[in-house]
Design a protein around this ligand. Structure first.
Ligand SMILES: Cc1cc2nc3c(=O)[nH]c(=O)nc-3n(C[C@H](O)[C@H](O)[C@H](O)COP(=O)(O)OP(=O)(O)OC[C@H]3O[C@@H](n4cnc5c(N)ncnc54)[C@H](O)[C@@H]3O)c2cc1C
Ligand code: FES
Length: 497
C-alpha cells in the first residue's frame, strides 16, 4: 500500500529501513499501532525496559505527520502562558512546561546514547511580537511564563527579522531531523528484539477476553496482545470520547533557499493566531502557518499567503524549494492526551492531541505509557490524563463541537457541480444523488466514484485540492482519491456507490 500525497516535505528523501507486511498471526505482550515518532519512541522505551513489542504501521514508518513536521523542539507550549493560566492553575501549567522541557533532554539523551546522527542541535527560541500584540501584551506574557517557572528573557530585537520587534527568548531549545531521529530509534528497537510490520492497516480492534486484545489487519491476519498502545496521531480505537475533546487542523509549511549563510540559527514563532513558525534546515528557511479546521479551508491559497508573509519578514529568502501540508490535533484545554484510554477497558493507552508540539509529546509518552503499564509513579501522568473532564477548556469544547454539529448540514446542501463535465482533471467534487452525496474524482481516463459519507461518524467529506484527498470536516479522517482511508479516526474506506 502506498500513500499518494502530492506535496513533499523537506525531509522526505531520507532513507528509512523497510519492513515486510504481516504474513501470519502474531501473539505479543504489547502491540503499538502507528509508526510515527510517538509509536516508535514508546516502542523503543518499552523494548529497552525488556518488554516484548510488535509495532504495526499502515504505510511506511514516518509517512504520517512525523514526515511532515518542522521539528522545533520547544518548551514554549502551543498556547501562550497567559492563555493557559486562564484554563489551568499555575501548578498544572508548571508541570506541563516541565514535562516539555524535560522531553528535550530525553530526546538529547537518546541521540547521545544511541549515537543517532540526526542533526540535533541546541539553540535559542524566540516568541516575537505579531500584529495582534503590543509591548504590554508581550510583557504580560513574560510575567505569566515566569510565574509558571519558565526560563526566558526579554529582547528588544528579534534576530533575523526585517523589522525591529521585541521577543521573549527561551534558551536551550533544540531542533533535529525527525526522520533521521526515528531511524536511529527503529534500529535500536529492532536490535532489542522489537518487531515492525509496515503496509499493515488495522481495520478492527476487538476485546478477545478480559486480558487480551485482538487486532485485525486488512490482510485478515490478527495480532493478539495484552497491552494495546494507539499512536495513530488521532486514536482509531476511540469512537467518540477523545474526538469531542480535540479538533483537526490543517497546517502548511514551505522551505525557501536563503541567499546568505545564517550565522546564528534559532527557532522563531510569533504571537498571531494562527501563528507562524520558522527554523532553518541546511541552507533553507522553513516556515509554517495558515492553519484552518480540516475540510474547512477558504478558497485563498495558503501557500501564497505564507510566501507573502515570509517575504515581508525576511529579506534573505530566494526561491521556494518545498511546500507541503499536514494535520495537527488541537486539544480543548491545550494539553495533549497521554495515558490510559478513557473508558472501562483494561490495558489500552493513547497519545494524541499533540498539536504543534508532537516531538516533545512523543518523548513524554515514551515515559508515561511504560510507567503506567509497569504501575510506576510518573510525575506528569495526572496532567496529561485522557480521562480528565472538559471543565477547563469548556468554551473551546462547546464552540468547536458546535462547529462539528454544523458540518452535518452538508447532508442537505446542493451538489458542488451540476454535471461531471464541470470537474477538471485531477480534481474532485461532490454530487447529490438521492438523499446522500457522492464523491467524484476525475482521474486520467475515468471518474472514481465513492460515497461521500465518512465511515467514522457520517460526516460528509470535502475535496482537498492541495493534497488531492477527501477530508472529513468533523474529526479529520482523510481518504485518498480511491476512497482508501489514509488518516483516522475512520478505520475503513469510503463505501462503494
Ligand atoms: C506542518 C507541521 C509542522 C509541525 N511542526 C511541529 C514542530 O515544529 N514541533 C513539534 O513538536 N511538532 C510539530 N508538528 C506536530 C508533529 O509533527 C506531530 O504531532 C507528530 O509528528 C505526530 O506523531 P505521531 O507519531 O503521533 O503521528 P504520525 O506521525 O502521524 O504517525 C501515526 C502513524 O499511524 C499510522 N496509522 C494510522 N492509522 C492506522 C491504522 N489503522 N493501522 C496502522 N497504522 C495506522 C499512520 O499511517 C501514521 O504513520 C507539526 C506537524 C505538522 C503537520
Ligand atoms: S472523522 Fe468523524 S465523522 Fe468523519
Amino acid at each position: 500500500m502506498s500513500i499518494k500525497d502530492r506535496t513533499e516535505s523537506v525531509w522526505q528523501d531520507i532513507n528509512l529501513p523497510h519492513f515486510d507486511s504481516i504474513k501470519n498471526n502474531q501473539k505479543t505482550e504489547t502491540c503499538i499501532i502507528g509508526g510515527g515518532i510517538t509509536g516508535i519512541s514508546v516502542a523503543y522505551e518499552m523494548a529497552r525496559r525488556g518488554h516484548k513489542v510488535v509495532l504495526v504501521e499502515a504505510f511506511r514508518i514516518g509517512s504520517g505527520q512525523t514526515g511532515r513536521t518542522t521539528a522545533h523542539l520547544t518548551c514554549q507550549l502551543e498556547e501562550q502562558f497567559k492563555e493557559l493560566k486562564k484554563i489551568h492553575d499555575e501548578k498544572t501549567v508548571s508541570i506541563f512546561y516541565d514535562a516539555h522541557r524535560s522531553a528535550i533532554d530525553i530526546l538529547e539523551e537518546n541521540v547521545k546514547n544511541l549515537k543517532i546522527d540526526c542533526d540535533f542541535k541546541r539553540l535559542d527560541g524566540y516568541l516575537f511580537q505579531g500584529e495582534n500584540f503590543d509591548r504590554n501584551k508581550m510583557l504580560d506574557e513574560l510575567e505569566s511564563a515566569r510565574s509558571c517557572g519558565a526560563q526566558l528573557e526579554w529582547v528588544d530585537r528579534t534576530p533575523l527579522l526585517n523589522e525591529t520587534l521585541p521577543a521573549l527568548r527561551f534558551e536551550n531549545q533544540a531542533q533535529f531531523n525527525p526522520l533521521k531521529y526515528i531511524r536511529g530509534l527503529v534500529v535500536a528497537f529492532t536490535e532489542l528484539g522489537g518487531i515492525i510490520f509496515e503496509g499493515t492497516h488495522i481495520k478492527d480492534i476487538r476485546q478477545e477476553d478480559r486480558e487480551n486484545w485482538l487486532l485485525l489487519t486488512d490482510s485478515d491476519h490478527h495480532i493478539q496482545a495484552k497491552n494495546l498502545i494507539v499512536a495513530t496521531n488521532t486514536p482509531v480505537n476511540n469512537r467518540f470520547h477523545i474526538h469531542t475533546r480535540q479538533f483537526a487542523y490543517r497546517t502548511y509549511a514551505m522551505a525557501f533557499k536563503v541567499s546568505e549563510p545564517i550565522k546564528e540559527s534559532c527557532l522563531l514563532w510569533d504571537t498571531e493566531d494562527p501563528y507562524h513558525y520558522i527554523r532553518f534546515v541546511d541552507d533553507t528557511l522553513v516556515v509554517g502557518g495558515e492553519d484552518h479546521r480540516t475540510g474547512q479551508g477558504s478558497s485563498a491559497d495558503p501557500f501564497l499567503k505564507l510566501e507573502e508573509w515570509v517575504r515581508k519578514k525576511f529579506n534573505f529568502v530566494n526561491e521556494v524549494v518545498y511546500r507541503w501540508s499536514g494535520q495537527v490535533f488541537e486539544p480543548m484545554d491545550q494539553i495533549g492526551f497521554i495515558g490510559k484510554n478513557p473508558g472501562l477497558e483494561k490495558n489500552v493507552y493513547i497519545s494524541t492531541g499533540e498539536s504543534g508540539i508532537g516531538m516533545t509529546s512523543a518523548a513524554i509518552a515514551s515515559k508515561i505509557i511504560p510507567d503506567l503499564i509497569e504501575e510506576t509513579e510518573n510525575p506528569w501522568s495526572r496532567v496529561f490524563d485522557p480521562s480528565r473532564p472538559p471543565v477547563n477548556g469548556i468554551k473551546d469544547f462547546v464552540m468547536e463541537n458546535l462547529n462539528v454539529a454544523r458540518q452535518y448540514t452538508d447532508w442537505v446542501t446542493p451538489s458542488d457541480v451540476k454535471s461531471l463535465d464541470e470537474i477538471p482533471l485531477d480534481t474532485g467534487s461532490l454530487i447529490r444523488e438521492g438523499v446522500s452525496k457522492t464523491c467524484f474524482y476525475h482521474d486520467a481516463d475515468h471518474f472514481e466514484k465513492k460515497s461521500a459519507v465518512c465511515t467514522h461518524l457520517g460526516g460528509i467529506v470535502h475535496w482537498n485540492d492541495i493534497e488531492k484527498t477527501w477530508d472529513c470536516p468533523c474529526h479529520g479522517s482523510r481518504f485518498n482519491t480511491k476512497g482508501k482511508v489514509i488518516e483516522g479516526p475512520a478505520l475503513s474506506d469510503l463505501m462503494e456507490k
